[in-house]
Design a binder for this molecule. Sequence first.
Ligand code: NAP
Length: 502
Amino acid sequence: MDRPLICLTLTGKTLLENLTLVNKYRSVIDVAELRADFLDDDERLLIRKFPLMAGLPCILTLRRVVDGGQFREGEAARTVLFARALSFAGEENAKTFDYVDFEEDFRVPSLQDVALAFGTKIIRSVHCMDGPVSNITERLRSLRTTSYEIPKIAFMPHSLSDVTKLFAEAEQMNDNNHILIAMGPLGAPSRILSAKLKNYLTFTSAPELASNVGNLAHFDPITLNETYHFKTIDRDTDVFGITGWPLNATSSPVLHNTAYRAHNMNAVYVPLRSEKIGDVFPLARQIGVKGFSVTIPHKESVLGYLDSVDEHVAEIGACNTVVEKDGSWYGYNTDWSGFKRSLLEFTGFKNLRGKRVAIIGAGGAAHAIAYAVKKLHGNACVFNRTLGKARALAEKFGFKYAPLGPDSVHLLKRYSDVIIQTTSKGMNASLPADESNDPIYFYEFSGKEKVFDIVYVPETTPVMARASQAGCKVCNGYEMLKYQGWEQFALFTGVEYNDYNE
Ligand code: NAP
């Protein structure tokens, strides 16, 4: 079975700039696409030199604005440029573009003849930049009018359902002589799981020029190879993933994919971004997802889609891990156990018996944390900006509650053996600590408190810095995140996670 190739899309202004990128990524790419529409005018006159300079198979593309490109000079000028690039190519293979991209409506028989004469394959493309394409299978068939054409359909999905339809349509295809792409962040599975779409190739961009094609959400070739192990993915690869919205940054793919590789498992973990949790399950069924992580904002809403949940999910009211078994979906929560393990390591305690604990915040994460504190026999008070949420959470576990502000300072002092910060207030904040980034700015540390902030970016949050200065022992949320991921891995695969130095 042929595996999809990795193509590096080149959007530099000069041939030399593009060549530098080809050389930098040569070891991880198979093909280079020269996007001549991005080149300076003078450079466009020299494009026929590029295949020999690059020394690997090249695609020539001159994309119009309507198809998401930069070429504005009209069809006559485009035809002339294509003719220059193709018809003057020598008969030596190294001097010839291996592929040329002609859009569906760009049919110039003389250029097609030239391409045929020099053995240049035509990628016959359709781009829909503002929505999905329907009848994909039929459309692909009608695009390929000769055997030396590779039909390509790329569209911008509106939701994950559009991506699901793409995978469903690809099932009808018998060969890998086509390219199907869902663009943008929603389309990430179509780029990584190219082998499941039976694609001829997948497109990537160098991080140096990623902003030129930002809305397409190309992966860079190193990430595709090293994080997702693209070259080992085939039609039998087991798929796992993570869903959430907007899911801009997540370290989970590195954590899970590193372990699959270490255990020689034919498996991959991919982002399954979705605004609606309900759209994730049809895609998961379509591509055979065996398990997925759930993050903000779907941890509660996912419960309505599960066939069964474990006792911890039932008590916490949130699920961050979904596993498929014999066609049913099972929900687990590893946030609470990941937190518990990290907290015990940090404090050196066996449990929280006899300890007074402050839980700052009453959001989604605080629910798993309050559950862990209860399981560890801690006596806690929940402090939150919105008092109703503090009350609801505290009453669930028999804890005290109070508003988050200077009026609660005495109560906070009484519950200060361990202070667990769970609000998002210090996230991405810079020092020094002040009222805007430290949720307990009104509290003066004695130096005896153990302070656990579940936020891990920055590594030292403002409240941690202030507590540490007063002599307190502090810990961020990185180990909690790591341990919850390790447990997910075990639930997904049945294998214990080791520390693989991701
Ligand atoms: P969430 O459900 O949106 O809850 C946010 C909490 O922060 C609420 O208690 C909210 O108070 C409070 N808050 C937000 N802005 C505030 C402000 N300006 N002043 C005071 N309180 C404020 O979010 P979540 O899922 O609980 O996540 C919270 C944080 O924990 C995030 O930074 C997340 O990245 C981190 N987290 C870490 C891990 C880990 O593994 N380490 C796991 C999960 C979450 P109100 O109720 O008044 O709105």
